[in-house]
Ligand binder design. Structure first.
Ligand SMILES: NC(=O)c1ccc[n+]([C@@H]2O[C@H](COP(=O)([O-])OP(=O)(O)OC[C@H]3O[C@@H](n4cnc5c(N)ncnc54)[C@H](O)[C@@H]3O)[C@@H](O)[C@H]2O)c1
Length: 323
């Protein structure tokens, strides 16, 4: 098994630790606030592992998996013997640049170096390190312990071998990597997500609907299909002629919605405060940690549903009825 290091043990870093440890790897943790790694991240990791115990691919107990995770006091100690480093420190290009300079100097030269950045192009902080060919973005969806998609994106300097090795390691750990073929701000998932959120801010701001309506449109509408099929397969299944038939009928509407959307809508603090007030009336900010655990249980249930069939195109024909 590989030796993995997770730098930064906040929301994302501790979920990555779960991904790698449950796959059988030894995991070294480092956070700029060591007490946070020991007293916040480790208990949260143990709790997540207990919740995932039945789904552990190695069949081990949560405690056995947790025993492979060790907190280190410095970056140099944490990465000295690493095969793969996953950085998840705060989204600040200067902080990432300095953290990666330190990681790259102390890690073995063949060690793969990955960043969890949500939107920064890797070339903004990975190009000047020692051996930049081994460094790339591996953008997860929070929490990666429960959601398998990872967006891998190289910089101009990343080697195809490094991306291929990362794909293999992440796939073997139960993740589903896709390759973003060219650097772009926000990669794919966040471009889709925040384009939709930007239009939602416009629709709320101009009085077409409330934030509650938007959340319901997604959970009781769009997401019920999207947990099984993406927007293109949705269109393919929505017309007798498949995607081409769908576009023949509704293509002009598709273009019009794109042209009409006000994704540059200038929402302000008043609108943010109103949305926050509604959200906090549903879920007080102090209850967010508990609600994250609830959300993660729901994600697991959805994953179980996703895994329970063969996927679109392979749907089993109904068994003939027997009397
Ligand atoms: N939260 C999300 O939904 C999400 C999803 C995908 C990717 N990301 C990305 O993952 C990264 C981490 O996000 P998060 O939500 O876990 O943040 P977070 O604030 O929960 O955790 C960041 C951690 O980094 C530590 N840290 C800060 N500076 C450091 C340094 N110099 N060295 C070591 N540790 C340091 C902090 O102490 C903290 O524990 C960001 O780049 C973010 O954009 C976040």
């Amino acid at each position: 098994m590989a030796r993995i290091t997770c730098i930064g043990t906040g929301n994302v870093g501790r979920a990555w630790a779960v991904v790698f440890a449950r796959a059988g790897h030894a995991v070294a943790l480092y956070d700029a606030q060591p007490d946070l790694a020991l007293n916040v991240a480790m208990p949260r990791i143990r709790r997540t592992l207990k919740e995932l115990a039945e789904a552990m691919p190695t069949g081990e107990t949560a405690e056995a998996v947790a025993s492979r995770i060790e907190v280190h006091a410095t970056i140099a100690d944490a990465v000295r013997n690493a095969d793969y480093v996953q950085e998840s420190v705060r989204e600040d290009v200067a902080v990432k640049r300095s953290v990666f300079a330190e990681i790259a100097d102390a890690a073995p030269h063949q060690c793969l170096l990955a960043s969890s950045t949500s939107a920064l192009p890797g070339s903004a902080f990975l190009s000047a390190i020692v051996h930049p060919e081994r460094a790339f973005v591996a953008h997860p969806v929070n929490p990666p312990s429960h959601i398998p998609l990872v967006e891998l994106c190289g910089t101009g300097a990343t080697s195809a071998e490094a991306l291929g090795a990362a794909q293999n390691l992440l796939s073997a750990a139960g993740m589903e990597p896709i390759i973003v073929r060219k650097e772009i701000d926000g990669f794919i998932l966040n471009r889709l997500q925040y384009t939709m959120v930007a239009e939602a801010m416009h629709l709320i701001g101009e009085g077409y609907c409330t934030a509650e309506d938007i959340d319901r449109v997604v959970t009781s509408g769009l997401a019920l299909r999207w947990a099984s099929i993406g927007p293109f397969m949705t269109a393919h299944l929505n017309a007798t002629g498949g995607f081409a038939g769908f576009v023949e009928q509704l293509g002009p509407m598709m273009k019009r919605m794109g042209q009409d959307a006000k994704t540059d809508y200038d929402w302000g603090p008043q609108q943010v405060a109103e949305i926050h007030e509604w959200l906090a009336s549903q879920l007080p900010v102090d209850d967010i940690a508990e609600a994250q655990a609830w959300r993660d249980r729901r994600i697991l249930a959805t994953r179980a549903m996703q895994k329970s069939d063969d996927g679109v195109g392979k749907a089993k024909k109904p068994e003939p009825e027997t009397f």
